[in-house]
Write a protein that binds this ligand. Sequence first.
Ligand SMILES: Nc1nc2c(ncn2[C@@H]2O[C@H](COP(=O)(O)OP(=O)(O)O)[C@@H](O)[C@H]2O)c(=O)[nH]1
Ligand SMILES: [Mg+2]
Length: 227
Amino acid sequence: MSSHCQMVMGPAGTGKTTYCRTIQEHCAAVKRTVHIVNLDPAADELEYEPAFDVRDLITVEDVMEELELGPNGGLIYCMEYLMENIEWFKEQLEPFLEGDYLLFDCPGQIELYSHIPVMKEITKQLQRWDFRVAGVYLIDATFLAEPTKFISGSLCALSNMAQLELPHVNVLSKCDLAEDELVESPSPSCSSLSCHVETREKQQAELYIYIYLFIISIFHVLNLIAM
Ligand SMILES: Nc1nc2c(ncn2[C@@H]2O[C@H](COP(=O)(O)OP(=O)(O)O)[C@@H](O)[C@H]2O)c(=O)[nH]1
Ligand SMILES: [Mg+2]
């Protein structure tokens, strides 16, 4: 029987770890078992008991110290090291191959999804081990209050979806911090965008509107979920 998993992704601080813990607690309340795996080698304190933890293999802190890399380079090194030690990963997954459900709490650095193929390789490897993998991409709801941030956040989500080629769900996080009407209708209206850009150069304003319309058409294809 196949196991299932979610790759929980999104920029640092959007609430990935909180999402994983909340989903696990919810599942426990409805008597379903969900395991969380920490795949973030830069994580500090975890709010859950992980099924296993990439930091048992490697941590960003050690890499930065030993190889004198910065935080971004260190994180990329860690994820590539995980791929090179894929047998370790497989061993850790061994107890969860019979119809289990896992949440992978992923690192937030965008380079891992847009610049280098490492996260795609990890998901492909999970699929080869007969996991049914879904991408869950968190977007901070407060980021959507400004049209320019909406465009930026949406393009990041889109890029992630295109790169990983997974069934993909966008989740709005931190809805308690956003205005109610934003949560009910997450995309800003075209008129609010025109208003925002009216002080800018006409050409730039038009470009924003084209990008906006493009994103709206993409969101007709994507499912946008508020939580
Ligand atoms: N108000 C509010 N804060 C949240 C929510 N989700 C996460 N946070 C806070 O945002 C911060 C970053 O969350 P975390 O789960 O560590 O983000 P990660 O870096 O994506 O894993 C923490 O201080 C959380 O308590 C939420 O839904 N509402
Ligand atoms: Mg985290």
